[in-house]
Structure formats: C-alpha cells, structure tokens
Design a protein around this ligand. Sequence first.
Ligand SMILES: Nc1ncnc2c1ncn2[C@@H]1O[C@H](COP(=O)(O)OP(=O)(O)OP(=O)(O)O)[C@@H](O)[C@H]1O
Ligand SMILES: [Mg+2]
Length: 269
Amino acid sequence: MSQPSIGSQRARAAVSGLLSGETASNTGTAEPVIRLKGLTRSYRTGAGDVHALRDINLVVQAGEFVAIMGPSGSGKSTLMNLVGCLDSPTTGSYVLAGERVERLSGNALAAIRNRRIGFVFQQFNLLGRASALENVAMPLVYAGIGKRERLRRAEQALNEVGLGDRLHHTPAQLSGGQQQRVAIARALVNHPAIILADEPTGALDSATSLSVMSLLQTLNRNGQTVLYVTHEADVAAFARRIITFRDGRLQEDQPGPNRDAAAYHSNFA
Ligand SMILES: Nc1ncnc2c1ncn2[C@@H]1O[C@H](COP(=O)(O)OP(=O)(O)OP(=O)(O)O)[C@@H](O)[C@H]1O
Ligand SMILES: [Mg+2]
C-alpha cells in the first residue's frame, strides 16, 4: 500500500499539534458544540411548502464523531447546511459553540462560518487551477491572515493529512483520495469547532473511502468534532454515534460501533 499510514503515531502527534488551538480548549467545557432546539426548515415552492426539517432537537458535544444517515430527501444536507451556517432555520434555535446563530444572516453568518466550521464535500470543491497549498490556504484569506502565515499553516495542514509531498500539485494531478485529503486539510486549517462532511466518501472507491474515514477518525481521536453524512452502513459503522433522519424528522439516535477504519483499510489491500 503506497498511501501513508494515516493512523500512525507520527500522524496522530502531528494532528494533535494542529488541533491544540481553539478546538482542544473547547473539549474540556460543558458547553456543547451544537445545540438545536425545535429547529425547522421549510421551503416555499410553486407546488406548496416543503418541510425539509421538522422540530429537530439535537445536542452534540465537543469531540463527538457522528454519522448522519437516512433516505434521499430526508433532510441530511439541509441539516448540514444549517449546522454549517450556510443557511438559516425557518423556526427554532441554534447555539454553535455558545453563540446564538439562528437569526444571523449574510456577513455575520459568513464570519461565524469561517471561524467555526470546516466543510468537506462529496465532490471535493477544490479550485482547479490552484495548487494544493493555495487551496488549503484559501479560508485564511477570508480570515485576514498574511500570506506567509497562510502558506505556513496550509503546509502544516497538508502534512497532517499525509500530503506534504504534494504541495504544488493541482487537483487534476492528484487522485480522488488525495483530493479529498486536500479538502480535509482545507477544512482543518482554521482549527474549526466542527468538521462537517456531506458524503465525503460518496465519490471514492472502497479502499480510498477507508483511507479518508481513517483520516477523519484520527482527527476525531485527537479532539476534533466531526459530523458526516453517509448512505452506507459500513461507513456509518466507524462513528461513535449514528443519527437517522426520515421525512425531515430525527428518527433514531444510537451509539455507533466505532469500528477502526485504519484496521479495515490495512486489511483491504
Ligand atoms: N432549495 C430548495 N427548495 C425546495 N426544496 C428543497 C430545497 N433544498 C432541499 N429541498 C427539499 O428538502 C428535502 C430535503 O432535502 P435534502 O437535500 O436535505 O435531502 P438529503 O437527505 O440530503 O438527500 P440526499 O441523500 O439525496 O442528498 C427534499 O425533499 C428536497 O427536495
Ligand atoms: Mg444530501
């Protein structure tokens, strides 16, 4: 297997170095990272109202590793968008790391998103003409950090995800799994309170999915709070908690098997 062993001690030590900022200090406090009360999100369409989320009550503590499951259209992405401050609820309250965010919009919401949230998407969403380093440094531009420091932090984040030797590659010069690891480095670079990953393995083959899940699990073991959406029970089985949505409602909230993704990955080859 030519991929770096991302569950290795070295990677863990490096990641815990990266996480030793805001996130680590959140871990000891009683304030949950996410507190949703009576949250709803409806869309008005020509054919009537669509109730994408109905009366969602959910608390996620710092350091949790949560899988979100449910059929297509059940509200998973709507939830991720709300939790990630890309969207605002129709009714209900949302407290993110102690801050009430449900009534914020526009710039205020964007500022919180930039400070608190790291996103990982199914299709990676990397800038095609930019190098891995520039892609990862991008969120720091919006955070107002100088160029030298941006590149230093971006390089550190790429080292954490095992891509220290691919800094100047563009997305087209990287494999799917490597592109997703660049996206994870970009999500990490601001030391977010939460990483939100909407089907992070949806575009990847099985072995590559395992390596991406192993990386997310390593980050979580070092204190990073992670929520990820998946359609696959095998992928959800790496979580310590599994939440299932149906028709916009939170239907089930159960402990997950917390399987070790690195072990599955090394058995796969
Ligand atoms: N902008 C929108 N306008 C109208 N309806 C919407 C909008 N976005 C989502 N919906 C509806 O809200 C419901 C929930 O959608 P959502 O994208 O959250 O589902 P999902 O669980 O992520 O599904 P999938 O597994 O297919 O990604 C669906 O019925 C969808 O059609
Ligand atoms: Mg979705």
